[in-house]
Design a protein around this ligand. Structure first.
Ligand SMILES: CC(C)(COP(=O)(O)OP(=O)(O)OC[C@H]1O[C@@H](n2cnc3c(N)ncnc32)[C@H](O)[C@@H]1OP(=O)(O)O)[C@@H](O)C(=O)NCCC(=O)NCCS
Length: 295
C-alpha cells in the first residue's frame, strides 16, 4: 500500500463489503475509541443484512473506510458505523463514501437519510453539515448498572408483548408526555425513525418488543436484548423512583444480573428530564440526530 501522503482520492473505490474485508476492517476499528469499538460485534450481521447494505471505501486493494445503511420501516435510510482508517483521515474519504452511498440509494428511491452523532464528536457533526444534514432533535442517554438502581421495593409493573393490543397501546403512546417531546421520532435499537403506529407495529412484528405497564399507564417500551445490556428507548418516567422501578423489575422478575448495564434514552426537551439526570448515578451522553432529505 502506498503511504497515505501519496493518497489520491480519484483512486478510491466505493463498493459493497465482502467477507474478506473483515480482518482488515476489524484491525483498523479495534481502537476507534478508548473503550474499543462495536464493529466486531455487528460485522457479520451487517454483511448479511437483508434490510441494509454494508459499504466499503477501498484504496490500493484494501478497505480503508466502512459505513452501514439500514432501511427502516418509514422508508428512511439509517446511516451508521462510519469508520475511516486513522492513517487516511482528513483526505475526503468519509465525505466521498457518504456522497456515494446517498446518491446510490437515492437512485433506489430513498429520500430521507438520518444519522445519530454524539454531541462531542465535532469532526462527525462537521462532516454531516458539509453533507447538508441538519439537526432535527437532541437526546440524552443515562447509563448505569442495575446494581446502582435496584431497591427493596416490589415494582408494581407488568410486562406485555406489544402486538397484543396495538390500538390501546397507540392511544397510550400518543397521550404520553414522552411522545410529545420526541418530535415524532421513535428510537428503536439505536436507530431513530418516524414515530407512527405502523412503524411500531412493523418493528414489533419483526422483533419481540415489550411494554411495561403500571396501573394502566405505559411506563416503557423496549426490545429485550440478550447479554448484559438493556436499552430502554421509550421511557415514560417522571421520577427517579420510576427508573428504579424499571431496574428493579429487570433484576427481580427478569432475573437479569445486577452487573447488567441499563441505558435510558430521552428527548432532551422532555419536561421531566432534569429530575432524572443524576450525574453521580449515570454516565450521561447527549446525542444529536441529523437528517438529510431530498424534496
Ligand atoms: C469522523 C470521520 C468519519 C471523518 O472521516 P474523514 O475521512 O477524515 O473525513 P473527511 O476527510 O471526508 O472530511 C470531511 C469533512 O468532515 C469534517 N471533519 C473531518 N474530520 C475533522 C476533524 N478532525 N476536525 C474537524 N472537522 C473534521 C470537515 O468538515 C471536513 O471537511 P473539510 O476537510 O473541508 O474541512 C473519521 O474521523 C473517523 O472515522 N472517526 C472515528 C469514528 C467516528 O467518529 N465515526 C462517526 C460516528 S457518528
Amino acid at each position: 500500500m502506498k503511504k497515505p501522503n501519496d493518497f489520491s482520492i480519484s483512486n478510491l473505490i466505493i463498493r459493497f463489503a465482502k467477507p474478506e474485508d473483515k480482518e482488515f476492517v476489524l484491525a483498523f476499528t479495534e481502537k476507534t475509541w478508548e473503550w474499543g469499538d462495536y464493529i466486531k460485534h455487528v460485522w457479520d450481521e451487517w454483511l448479511h443484512d437483508e434490510s441494509g447494505k454494508l459499504f466499503v471505501a477501498e484504496y490500493e486493494g484494501k478497505p480503508i473506510g466502512i459505513m452501514h445503511a439500514a432501511f427502516l420501516p418509514d422508508k428512511s435510510v439509517w446511516l451508521e458505523g462510519l469508520r475511516i482508517h486513522p492513517d487516511y483521515r482528513r483526505k475526503g474519504v468519509a465525505y466521498n463514501l457518504n456522497k456515494f452511498v446517498i446518491d446510490y440509494l437515492k437512485e433506489a428511491g430513498y429520500k430521507t437519510f438520518r444519522v445519530a452523532i454524539m454531541s462531542w464528536n465535532i469532526p462527525s457533526i462537521k462532516l454531516a453539515r458539509k453533507l447538508s444534514f441538519y439537526e432535527v432533535s437532541r437526546w440524552v442517554s443515562l447509563e448505569t448498572s442495575l446494581s446502582k438502581l435496584v431497591n427493596n421495593e416490589t415494582p408494581q409493573l407488568c410486562r406485555k408483548e406489544v402486538h397484543l393490543d396495538m390500538d390501546t397501546l397507540w392511544d397510550m403512546v400518543y397521550n404520553s408526555s414522552i411522545y410529545d417531546a420526541s418530535r415524532g421520532l421513535l428510537l428503536y435499537d439505536w436507530k431513530w425513525l418516524n414515530f407512527t403506529k405502523n412503524a411500531l407495529k412493523e418493528l414489533s412484528n419483526k422483533y419481540s418488543t415489550q411494554i411495561l405497564i403500571r396501573n394502566d399507564d405505559l411506563l416503557a417500551i423496549f426490545r429485550p436484548t440478550p447479554g448484559k445490556y438493556q436499552l430502554i428507548s421509550f421511557v415514560n418516567a417522571k421520577t427517579m423512583r420510576d427508573l428504579r422501578s424499571i431496574a428493579t423489575f429487570f433484576s427481580k422478575f427478569e432475573k437479569r444480573p445486577l452487573s447488567t448495564t441499563i441505558e435510558f434514552a430521552f428527548p432532551k426537551n422532555y419536561p421531566h428530564l432534569e429530575k432524572l439526570v443524576d450525574k453521580e448515578l449515570f454516565e450521561v451522553e447527549e446525542i444529536v440526530i441529523m437528517e438529510f432529505k431530498y424534496l
